[in-house]
Design a protein around this ligand. Structure first.
Ligand code: FAD
Length: 458
């Protein structure tokens, strides 16, 4: 008698409600991960490699008892369940567009054989779809969402570890899909964070020691002021419930501010759940009327942006941080996104796709809606007419130019904040660094003129 625990975005053993459900259902359980080409192919090397490392670490935590198979889950999961005679397959619910469809297909295939898919919890403190206005409608604006989300509340962390469940040895499985080895790392140029639950919890504890600096430091890309927990949240090496429980023991503006960031993650998951089409197109449909750059010249400007050779130092530093660390500071994500959309007039989804390929924390809900916030086409987005000035943003948030010098070696000889305007140096732009690819003032006006078409469409 066994059940199956099917891991997806919850590669941890602590605070794992699915373990409790599985242990209730049967005396033993098989731990399963399915390598799904539909998710792996578009992932990009940093995320694939991080995932493979996290799986190796999870397998170790489970005493080498993680069964890894490859294929379409709607085929693989029911076959594994049949091979171990499991009546139930336990998962944390997925609310993304692909995950929802996949799980429905798996559920149907299991049901055809008299088995059940049991969903316990989700990657969020409050599952998408639960936080509603008084009239039952979903929120379109963050601040009231955050209030109702906090009032809704969440469970305490589940008290689990690897020993909560008696794990079946996958070698005992008779039939079903063949076990495969966890793939070797894809070659990645970026330095990735350590991919284990222990590393995630250690980083979280380290951050908690300094959490009271967060409100001041979080906007400064030159300082290590943010938690760097995004990739751990993405793959569920830690659950936000664990973080929220730790934060509840403290009180400060910084604690409040961090809780708000977690709420943004939950808000965007909710928005994507309510409007799955917003992953691919404008949440605000009037933005479909925005005239966009296209053709060969647009491709050339996209490439210069992607390579970090725009001639705007803070933009280039951000795009190079993306390649070097597979992570970019939030402030700089906004600056480079604004540049792509409002200085180059390119569609936000091109930038979003590039981010998803290179970010290790790439997450459809946070990424697509972070882009749409900047582009002005999202829920309570930054108004389109507010165009980020890459020079003043640089001078304000990287006041001594340290961030730029760290990632743009051509500018390492330029002291202080002068690094944000290399064209104004007495000897001109240092050798090897490009001249600005556009005139920001002119492109700002151009962006506003294009925006008039959106207003007319309303
Ligand atoms: P902290 O400042 O320590 O924040 C703590 C946690 O709160 C983060 O780990 C994250 O889970 C959540 N969070 C913080 N800010 C946001 C936000 N604006 N929206 C949603 N959640 C947030 N975040 C991703 O996790 N994946 C993405 O693919 C992603 N793409 C983005 C694209 C753009 C254009 C923008 C503007 C933002 C994007 N973000 C994304 C949000 C944010 O930039 C990152 O979550 C953050 O930089 C991660 O670093 P951290 O963990 O040190 O953040």
């Amino acid at each position: 008698d066994a059940s199956v625990v099917w891991f997806r975005r919850d590669l941890r053993v602590h605070d794992q409600p699915t373990f409790l459900a599985a242990a209730d259902a049967a005396p033993r359980a098989l731990a399963l991960f399915v390598l799904d080409p539909a998710l792996l192919t578009p992932s990009g090397a940093p995320r694939r490699t991080f995932l493979f490392r996290a799986l190796r670490s999870l397998d170790e935590a489970l005493g080498g008892r993680l069964l890894v198979v490859k294929g379409d889950p709607a085929d693989a999961v029911p076959r594994v369940a049949a091979a171990v005679g499991a009546a139930t397959v336990h998962v944390a619910a997925d609310f993304g567009p692909y995950g929802t469809r996949r799980d429905e297909a798996v559920e149907q295939a299991l049901a055809a054989d008299g088995r059940a898919l049991v969903r316990t919890g989700s990657p969020y403190a409050v599952a998408p779809g639960r936080v509603r206005k008084a009239d039952g409608e979903p929120f379109r604006v963050f601040t009231p969402f955050r209030r109702v989300w906090a009032d809704h509340g969440w469970r305490a962390p589940a008290d689990t570890d690897a020993s909560t469940v008696t794990w079946l040895d996958p070698a005992e499985k008779v039939g079903g899909p063949r076990a495969v080895r966890i793939p070797d790392d894809d070659p990645v140029d970026a330095a990735l964070p350590e991919a284990s639950e222990d590393a995630a919890l250690a980083r979280w504890r380290e951050f908690l020691d300094d959490v009271d600096d967060y409100a001041d430091a979080r906007n400064r890309p030159d300082k290590p002021g943010t938690s760097r927990m995004s990739v751990y949240l993405k793959y569920g090496l830690v659950h936000p419930r664990t973080q929220l429980a730790d934060l509840a023991k403290r009180r400060s503006d910084s604690v409040e501010s961090y809780r708000t960031e977690i709420a943004w993650r939950e808000f965007y998951a909710d928005v994507l759940f309510q409007r799955p089409d917003s992953a691919r197109g404008n949440y605000d449909r009037s933005f479909d009327a925005l005239p966009l750059a296209s053709g060969a010249a647009a491709r050339v400007s996209f490439d210069r942006w992607a390579e970090g050779r725009t001639g705007f130092p803070i933009v280039d530093a951000g795009m190079r941080q993306l390649r070097e660390q597979a992570w970019v500071h939030n402030r700089v994500r906004m600056i480079v996104a604004s540049f792509l959309v409002k200085d180059l007039h390119l569609p936000w989804w091109l930038g979003a796709r590039h981010f998803m390929r290179y970010l290790v924390d790439g997450d459809l809900a946070s990424n697509q809606h972070g882009w749409q916030w900047t582009a002005g086409s999202g829920t309570d987005a930054s108004p389109y007419f507010r165009v980020f000035n890459p020079i003043t943003q640089g001078e304000k948030f990287d006041p001594d130019g340290e961030y730029v010098r760290r990632f743009v070696p051509e500018l390492r000889g330029v002291p202080g904040k002068a690094v944000h305007q290399p064209w104004a140096l007495p000897d001109g732009v240092p050798e090897g660094y490009p001249e600005p690819m556009v005139d920001h003032k002119a492109e700002r006006l151009e962006a506003l003129a294009r925006y008039d078409r959106v207003k007319e469409a309303r």
